[in-house]
Write a protein that binds this ligand. Sequence first.
Ligand code: SF4
Ligand code: SF4
Length: 335
Amino acid sequence: MNITKKIKAMAKSYGADIVGIAPMSRFEGAPPQMDPRLIMPDAKSCIAVGFRVFRGSLRGIEEGTFFSNYSAMGYGGITYLYMPMTVINICKVIEDMGYEAFPMGHQSDWRAIDNEGNLKQKYSKPVAPGKPAPDIMVHLRLGAYVAGLGEIGFSKMLLTPEFGPALRVGLIFTELELDPDPIYNGPKLCNKCMACVNQCPGNCFSKTKTVKVTVAGHELEWSDLDMSGCDYAFRGGTKTEPGKKGFYYDGREDTKPGSHSPFLKKPNNLYNTGQAICGSRGCTRACIDSMEKRGVLTHKFKKPFKRSKPWSVDWSDYESLTGQNAAKTSAKETD
Ligand code: SF4
Ligand code: SF4
């Protein structure tokens, strides 16, 4: 077995569901703040490993009865436990062969750019002229794209033929030269059905405004996503009406639960960032449904994903539940 096949087999034996390899030349044109070649100039290969999110982890959110599992086992647990262990173990084997390797997971908290790609103010400075400000952060989904794992959907999610958008990605950069995989050119996975757009609880996707980028010579296009809207909505919150108070997020008096959250206050994070109360209703759940109905997913289930009636929480009693009506009444009584 050649070394590329061995590394791929090893990655799967350590827990990866899918593996792809890109030569570093496919990062040509990446903005310096996102270019892994400026982290490891002698790197030859990027190994992308994908970890499925269990469709069953989303079942409790579909039913509206059990929200923690996706955040813990589908999101935080894979991101901060399972994936790092796998990519770390792969790096050990490569370094034992005499080639440098480093595992990359979700380390965005240290990156020098914000969600819009702008340099954070008063954060860090380049160590020498011509270098980007620390930290560079490689776009994990685009790393997976250039390694051939799938395509980028209108939602900006990586869509894979096996699991659709229900996947977490880790990358390994190494000086070991491996045989590359082609960029995905199988059956079209995103048909611009707009299910992600229509079912996103934060209305975060634009139907008409898109972002176009060229990655490894391929034109990619996705919806111009409102990241700050997603930041509110994916944790279950929404903004209160003008003049009204709410307490969904700590330290924010302008937040209340949206109709997609059953919680009066956002529950604690699970595994550091597990707080996906919306259960990725648009960008993952609606997309899985769309892809399954079109028969484009190779990983098959006996029963369809969408089975129960969509639910929506009625928060018309929010003020009384948070004691605001009582406070107003007693204020009137003492007037
Ligand atoms: S829901 Fe439809 S439009 Fe959105 S990414 Fe999936 S396939 Fe594409
Ligand atoms: S995570 Fe939720 S709020 Fe954010 S884009 Fe996806 S569906 Fe919309």
